[in-house]
Design a protein around this ligand. Sequence first.
Ligand code: P6P
Length: 343
Amino acid sequence: MHEPDKNGSISLTRYLIEEQRADRIGADLRLLIEVVARACKSISVSVGKGALGGVLGEAGSGNIQGEAQKKLDVIANDVLLEANAWGGHLAACASEEMDHSMPIPDVYPRGNYLLLFDPLDGSSNIDVNVSVGTIFSVLRCPDGVTNAQDEHFLQPGTAQVAAGYCIYGPSTMLVLTIGNGTHAFTLDREMGSFVLTQRDMRVPASTKEFAINMSNQRHWEQPMQDYVRDLLAGETGPRGKNFNMRWIASMVADVHRILTRGGIFIYPWDKKDPTKVGKLRLMYEANPMSYLIEQAGGASTNGRMRMLDVAPTQLHQRVPVFLGSREEVAAATEYHLKHDAQA
Ligand code: P6P
């Protein structure tokens, strides 16, 4: 049991050591999570400087997603790569900002884990001073693989051994699961350590709040149109209750709200670009967020099946995302399954 320090707080380090003592994680995974947390502290400092740090605006480069990179996208990516290169816990890294995965340089010892991350999700919000975040996912490197390549990362979300995000908002918070609940740690800037502030976060089973970018409505498939039509009909419609809407356009911020007070977050398939099966990426956005949500009692699907069961085929593949309060996710998914059954 995690007993507080004399000042009543439990640091991330102490939490992880006690999870190790309980045989829920090994020393290598504990140390890997500590390295990622330290990198997030460094990113938080850069994000926090804003215009004073000369880190805003475009980097003048693009990524494999076809997106213009912000300076902070590149800075955050470099911080995570540098912090993990010499740590000795990783076999390889994969990032939204890199075309392919990258083995740990030969000059350093390699570990048994694969780290995937979106170094700065929602970076389009930085220039307007809205919360952004780092999302990460940890997989085991397959036995016998000494030089991990992209295909070794293609494991379903159920294979994750840890997942989390760091949200750079009014406070910097690390939200983490190692498969034993979802817990939030707030950065104590004076001490420079993450302190446990929300143990065992729980997503309320039902909700009256949805997070969707409504401007895409005309591009959605029919079951999604029907589902949102019924949400908007409120208590006079088939759902029998009124809904509120929130859309921050920063997945980390929207998911953090849902982990804190419930809701449903949806980024569905749309026909704006039929070649893209949704906007969000499976391996380093949907899967880690789905693991956190499920560990907090919520649910996550791609509109038809459990997200964590989706079998990946490409490192940067996209997926429709329906996650949050489990009763609402079930309702939204049912619209899609019923539509398919009638097709
Ligand atoms: P839209 C940010 O660019 C992001 O990847 C997620 O963080 C966010 O939920 C989504 O895209 C916002 O997309 O189309 O509303 O700008």
